[in-house]
Every structure is written in structure tokens, then in C-alpha cells.
Write a protein that binds this ligand. Structure first.
Ligand code: AMP
Length: 189
């Protein structure tokens, strides 16, 4: 069973209240199941929602925030642990190291950057941690279409595309993370 999940999500809440509702549902689930949340350490946006819900459910939360964003993203003062680091690179490095799986919720460019860095490292075999998209009200519908298009156009290999776990229910996605096994890619190519 996975003990620690890195959650990438918006530093905004978006227009649809369903994003906040689902982020809270995920945080509660992780907190109740004793799965530590690792995230960017902010109080703002869906980031803050996931952290607050996990803490309220009795869970552990590790936040990792660069000095330069302490005020902009309003560092969370109630976390189990908050690491203040010097750069965005260091933040990612620690978040990646401290987690056993990655989950993307609705977010902006930062969320996508972080998720795709984790995913490309998985594709290259630098780690074997599952990467999942927890979609809410089809926010990532067009991203999924793009992933399939990338396969059709032969820029992404099918087993790499198929490594991406996708779902719209936190419990189902968490189960998938727990079941994930790295495909034996060397044998496929
Ligand atoms: P966003 O999805 O853009 O709202 O950002 C979500 C989180 O990603 C925030 O904590 C941002 O500070 C962070 N972020 C933004 N840009 C980057 C980047 N280039 N690399 C890593 N994290 C980023």
C-alpha cells in the first residue's frame, strides 16, 4: 500500500465548485487512509483545500515551498511539516523523493509542468511510481484526447501512454495507484 502521494493541483480554485469539492474529498480520503499528502505547501487554491481536508481527517501533510513563494502562495502554517527550500527545482526534487505516487488534479501550468516531469521520468525508467490524473467534470478531457493523438502521430509509444492512470473518483484512482506495476518496457521495444 502506498504511504505517501504527491498531489499536483491549482494554486487557484477555478470557476467550478466541483473542483474544490473533489479536492476536499481526496484530502479527506488520504487523511483517513493514513496516506501522507506531499504538496507545494500553499494555503491558496485547490492546494490549500487538499491539505486542509487531509489534516482535518487526521492525516499527515508535508508541504515544500520555495522561499520566493512564501508570501505569494501563502505558506501553510498548520502542516505536519513544512520545508522551505531555495528554488523550484529543489521543491520538485524533494516532493518527488518524498512520494510513492503522483496525482494530478485540475490546475494550471505549474500543475502540468510538475505532473509531466514525474511522468517523463517514469517513461524513462528513472522511477517506478504511478502517475494518475484525477479528473473533475472533464477538465482534462482535451488533455486525454491530446495524449491519444500523440500516440496516433507516433510521438508517444502506446505503453507509455497507457501508464497514465485516469479516473474521476478519488477512491478508484487511489486503488489504481496501489495496483500499479511498471510494465516491462525493455521487452516491448
Ligand atoms: P498552477 O497549477 O499554475 O496553479 O501551480 C500549481 C503549483 O505549481 C504552484 O505551487 C506553483 O508554484 C507551482 N509551479 C508553477 N510553475 C512551476 C514550474 N515551472 N515548475 C514547478 N512548479 C511550478
Amino acid at each position: 500500500m502506498i504511504k505517501s502521494v504527491c498531489v499536483f493541483c491549482g494554486s487557484c480554485k477555478g470557476v467550478n465548485p466541483a473542483y474544490t469539492d473533489m479536492a476536499a474529498k481526496l484530502g479527506t480520503l488520504l487523511g483517513k487512509q493514513g496516506v501522507r499528502v506531499v504538496y507545494g505547501g500553499a494555503t491558496v487554491g485547490l492546494m490549500g483545500t487538499v491539505a486542509d481536508a487531509a489534516l482535518a481527517a487526521g492525516g499527515e501533510v508535508l508541504g515544500v515551498i520555495p522561499e520566493a513563494l512564501l508570501t505569494r502562495e501563502v505558506a501553510h502554517s498548520g502542516l505536519t511539516e513544512l520545508k522551505v527550500v531555495h528554488s523550484m527545482m529543489e521543491r520538485k526534487k524533494i516532493m518527488f523523493k518524498q512520494s510513492e505516487a503522483f496525482m494530478l488534479l485540475p490546475g494550471g501550468l505549474g500543475s502540468l509542468d510538475e505532473f509531466f516531469e514525474a511522468l517523463t521520468a517514469l517513461q524513462l525508467g528513472f522511477h517506478q511510481k504511478a502517475c494518475a490524473i484525477l479528473d473533475i467534470d472533464n477538465y482534462y478531457e482535451k488533455l486525454v484526447v491530446l495524449l491519444d493523438h500523440m500516440v496516433t502521430e507516433q510521438f508517444v509509444k502506446p505503453p507509455h501512454r497507457n501508464m497514465v492512470i485516469y479516473g474521476n473518483d478519488p477512491e478508484t484512482v487511489l486503488n489504481e495507484l496501489n495496483k500499479f506495476e511498471m510494465p516491462k518496457l525493455d521487452a516491448w521495444f
